[in-house]
Design a protein around this ligand. Structure first.
Ligand code: R5P
Length: 288
């Protein structure tokens, strides 16, 4: 078995390799002046069971192409089986045809990974688990829920309620609430497009005077969290904490998370957070 890292998240790849007592495989990734990418596998992988770790973070398109080239290089170096380990799946939110004449890009990603030579795919906390059905090779997701449950379990939960930012997040938030033995509430979120902050109008459940734990799959622009915190405060909650798997932190996320006034913001390390960005986000904790 061999484990290779793409250039998106070397710290996570090194942590995974060290956790299973392995060294990362040797490879060289070169970016030419014409923006072409070359991947050279620097050790023998003939008949090996190979894992490639690459998350989807900026530069998203470069990282994607690099993943495909790395898988192709391993295939042509006669690796026996290649598993693409994608902690944050590329284009996970483009999972359905909710407008006319658009691409279901999460499906296109599945096609590209298989064409490059991925024999299996392993990802984490998908925005929509149905994405696994876009593959014709074995594909699985791991959930970060146990790691987040473990974190919150060690805090005072006596007056707490889990809050889903919308009905779509209700299922994973419900699973999280059940594991913590807590009740749940759901916010009614309306969004026009990605650039526009989400807008909420109503809430189902009991939150008055409670410590709320908002649970979501990802924080992208921070609009959903900021709006959820605003509406919860309007209902007179005591504290607002957040648990989310993927810290995308794109666009206006930093400002919105500063404005949200969260008592705690807990995310996992599926996506690298630059130190200067992390330093600007109040009460942030990153779990491995
Ligand atoms: C949406 O359905 C997801 O569960 C997240 O709530 C969403 O991706 C967060 O995006 P943003 O931070 O941009 O509001």
């Amino acid at each position: 078995m061999k484990v290779f890292s793409g250039s998106s998240h070397p710290t996570l790849a090194a942590g995974i390799a060290s956790h299973i007592g392995m060294q990362l495989g040797k490879s060289r990734i070169t970016r030419f002046s014409n923006e072409n990418i070359k991947v050279k596998i620097d050790e023998n992988v003939r008949e090996s069971d190979v894992f490639v770790i690459q998350t989807s973070c900026p530069p998203v398109s470069d990282n994607l192409i690099e993943t495909l080239i790395m898988i192709d290089a391993l295939k042509f170096a006669s690796a026996a089986r290649i598993t693409a380990v994608l902690p944050y799946y590329p284009y996970a939110r483009s999972d359905k045809k909710d407008e006319a004449r658009i691409s279901i890009t999460a499906r296109l990603m599945a096609d590209l990974l298989q064409t490059a030579g991925a024999d299996r795919v392993l990802t984490m906390t998908l925005h929509a688990p149905q994405i696994l059905g876009f593959f014709r090779v074995p594909a699985d997701q791991l959930l970060a829920t146990p790691v987040l449950v473990n974190h919150f379990r060690h805090s005072d939960l006596s007056n707490s309620v889990v809050v889903a930012t919308d009905a779509g997040a209700g299922k994973i938030a419900g699973h999280f609430a059940k594991r913590l033995g807590l009740p749940m509430a759901i916010i009614d979120k309306r969004r026009v497009d990605d650039s526009e902050s989400a807008q909420s109008t109503a809430l189902i459940g009991e939150v008055v005077g409670k410590d709320c734990i908002i649970f979501d799959d990802e924080i992208a622009t921070g609009g959903s969290i900021k709006e959820a915190a605003r509406i919860l405060r309007g209902f007179g909650v005591r504290r607002v904490r957040v648990g989310a798997t993927h810290a995308v932190f794109s666009g206006a996320a930093i400002t919105r998370l500063q404005e949200a006034g969260l008592d705690e913001l807990v995310v996992t390390d599926t996506i690298p957070i630059p130190a200067e960005k992390a330093a600007q986000i109040p009460n942030l904790k990153v779990l491995s």
